[in-house]
Write a protein that binds this ligand. Structure first.
Ligand SMILES: O=C(O)c1cc(=O)[nH]c(=O)n1[C@@H]1O[C@H](COP(=O)(O)O)[C@@H](O)[C@H]1O
Length: 235
């Protein structure tokens, strides 16, 4: 059976806070995620400092013309992240250019970061997606973008847990599925719309789940992470 691993999203504008969370979560989570909030506030040197020898998901969701995304990724590749994100809606040429840039920039193939394509943000429900001009359900649009991204060179997809089963039906085991919008039972949804519990996500077949505020806002983040790992193991 697939073992679902846990990524903690360390969303903060403070290096000290990120370092403190990273240290308290060592041994409790399988990777840390640093994203837009941290990177814009603290810079790439701070990303290096917090990542140290931890597995890093650097989530900067690049979305631009192919040349700009390719050059942006070649600037990020030397940071040594295990995973990087782009938006699948940037299109085939952008995704192909992103993949080519990572192949060319990273020295050893074994160290190439996984290229993950974000499909439909977990903060969008059907009406929210329709407002962007997409006349499809989130599930249909995730499948559509997921097929495009995988055919264009992505290693995996970021999606909600609701779309894991249809993606597995359509694309099999090949895509690495990274799933945010995870809420342990009873915790606040915050701005997330398409949510599931850790147990539901692992049963559906997530490779990784991403959990931020339910861990970082807990009185004891290490205990919150440990409880999520227990839920994953016993699901
Ligand atoms: O790419 C992501 O990681 C991502 C994609 C998505 O569709 N939804 C989503 O929430 N995320 C990220 O996952 C994390 C979720 O954080 P919490 O809602 O606090 O658990 C945030 O850092 C988001 O940037």
């Amino acid at each position: 059976m697939r073992h679902t691993r846990l990524i903690a999203a360390l969303d903060t504008q403070s290096v000290e806070q990120a370092l403190s969370w990273a240290r308290m979560l060592d041994g409790q989570v399988d990777a840390i995620k640093l994203g837009l909030e941290f990177t814009y506030a603290c810079g790439l040197d701070a990303v290096r400092q917090v990542a140290h020898d931890r597995a890093l998901f650097l989530d900067l969701k690049l979305h631009d013309i192919p040349n700009t995304v390719a050059k942006g990724l070649s600037s990020l590749a030397p940071l040594g992240a295990s995973m990087l994100t782009i938006h699948a809606s940037g299109g085939r040429a952008m995704i192909e250019a992103a993949r080519a840039a990572l192949e060319q920039t990273t020295l050893a193939a074994a160290h190439r970061p996984l290229l993950l394509a974000v499909t439909v943000l977990t903060s969008l429900d059907e009406p929210g997606l329709r407002e962007t001009g997409v006349n499809a359900t989130p599930r249909e649009q995730v499948l559509h973008l997921g097929r495009l991204a995988m055919a264009s060179g992505a290693d995996g997809l970021v999606c909600s847990a609701e779309e894991i089963a249809p993606l597995r039906d359509a694309l099999g085991d090949a895509p690495v599925l990274v799933v945010p919008g995870i809420r342990p039972a009873g915790s606040s949804a915050d701005d997330q719309k398409r949510i599931m519990t850790p147990a539901q996500a692992t049963r559906a077949g997530a490779n990784w789940i991403v959990v931020g505020r339910p861990i970082t806002r807990a009185g004891d983040p290490a205990a919150a992470a440990a409880a999520i790992q227990d839920e994953l193991r016993s699901a």
